[in-house]
Design a protein around this ligand. Sequence first.
Ligand code: C2E
Ligand code: CA
Ligand code: CA
Length: 412
Amino acid sequence: MSENRILIVDDQKAIAEIIAKIAESCGYSAEVTTDAARVLERVDNWAPTHIILNLKMPGVDGIEVLRHLAARKSHARIIIASGAGGKVVDVARQLGVERQLDLAATVLKPFRRDEMRALLERLKVDDWCTPDALKAAIDDGEMILAYQPKIDLVSRAVVGFEALIRWLHPRRGMIAPDMFLPTVEENGLIELLTDAVVDMVIARLTAWGEAYNGRIALNLSNRGLRDMSFPDRLAFGCAAAGIDPERIELELTESSAMADPAMTMDILSRLRLKGFWLSLDDFGTGFSSLSRLARLPFSEIKIDKSFVRDCATSQESRLIVKSIIDLAHNLNLRAVAEGIENTAIQEIVTGLGCDMVQGYYIAKPMAAERVLQWLGDWGRRSQAINANQATRPPEPEAPSAGAPLGTMTYDG
Ligand code: C2E
Ligand code: CA
Ligand code: CA
C-alpha cells in the first residue's frame, strides 16, 4: 500500500476521476467516492493520508463531513475543493482549524491539471515516517522519553513525572509524538512501542534508585485497551526489576476508557489489583457515561489542557474546569489541571479547588538526565518560598514557542 493514500470526495464523478489520475501519476493510491456517507467508512478502513473534499454536494455538505472527521481525530491532510464562493471556503477553513484538522490547501474549481499536480506533489507525505522506519526506530532505541513533573498544589511536593515519548531521528532531530503516533497506531505497532516505553520507565526508576522514590506515569494508546496480556507483562517487568507497581501510573484518555466497556473494565481492574495507579487523561473531550466512570478504578482525572488554558479568559472554560473538579471530588478522585502556562491560570485552578497541576509554568518536559537536578532546585526554591510564606510558585523557565520539526527540544 502506498504511503500516500488520497480519498477524493466529489459528486461530480468525472472530475473526481481526473483528480484520481493526476494523484496516481504523482505516486498516490487514489479512491473516489461520490457518496459523502462512505467517507467515514473509508477513513476507518483505508486510513487515507489525504482527503480532497468538495464542500457542496447534494444531501450531505462538506462542513458536516469536516465535523465527523474532527470527531474521529482524523490526521489526514484535507484539501477543500469548491466551486462555492470564497466566503464558504473561509468558513470551512476556520471550522476545520478550530477543530484541529489539517486543512492543507484550498482549490477553487475549475482548476488546472498542472496546478492540481503541483499541489499534490507538494502535499505528499515524505517517507521518513513509514511503518518500517518506525519499527526500526523502536527496535534501535531511537525512541526516548522526556519527563514532566506533576505538583501537589497544597504541599508543593512533586507527586510524579509523566513520561512523554519523542523520536530522536538521526537526520531530523527530535520529533513530537503527534507526528508519528497515528502511523504507529494505524500499523499495529502500538504494543511494541508501549512495551519499549515500559522498559524505559522501569530502567529509569532503577537507575534513579534512592535519588527519586516517586512515581512515573506513562501514556497508553488512544485506541483503547485491547491487549489482555498487558497487565501481566507490566507486573512481570516490575517484579523482575524489583520496582513496586505503586510507582507506576497509567494514563488513559477519556475516549479510550469509554471505548469497549467489558474489555476496558477487565484490563483496568487487573492493573489496579496489581497495584498500578490509573489516571483518566484529556477529560472533558470525550463523552463519559457517569455511571461507568464511577465504576472504573481510576484514582485521578486530568482536565484537558484546552479548558485549562482558556480558564483565565473564558467564563465557560472556568465553569467546565470547576464542574470537572467537583465531579472528581464527588467520585473520590483527585483532580489534575494540565497545561498550566502562567501564574494567573494556576491561581484560578487553585481557587477552584484543584489538587494537582502540570504545565510549562512549573516545568517543561525535560531530558531524563536533567530530572534529579531539577528536583533539587525545586525543593530548594519551594523551601525558600515556604519560609517566606509567599504564595507565588518558583519562577518558571521561560516558555518556549512550538519548535519546528527537527529542531524540537524535549518540551514539545
Ligand atoms: P498528553 O498525554 O495529553 O500529554 C500532554 C501534552 O501537553 C504533552 O505533549 C506535553 O508536552 C504538553 N504540555 C505539557 N505542559 C503544557 C503546557 O503548559 N502547555 C501546552 N500547550 N502543552 C503542554 P507531547 O509530549 O507532544 O505529547 C502529545 C501526546 O502524545 C500526549 O498528550 C499523549 O497523548 C501522546 N503520548 C506521549 N507519549 C506517549 C507514549 O509514550 N505513548 C502513547 N501511546 N502516547 C503518548
Ligand atoms: Ca498524558
Ligand atoms: Ca492530557
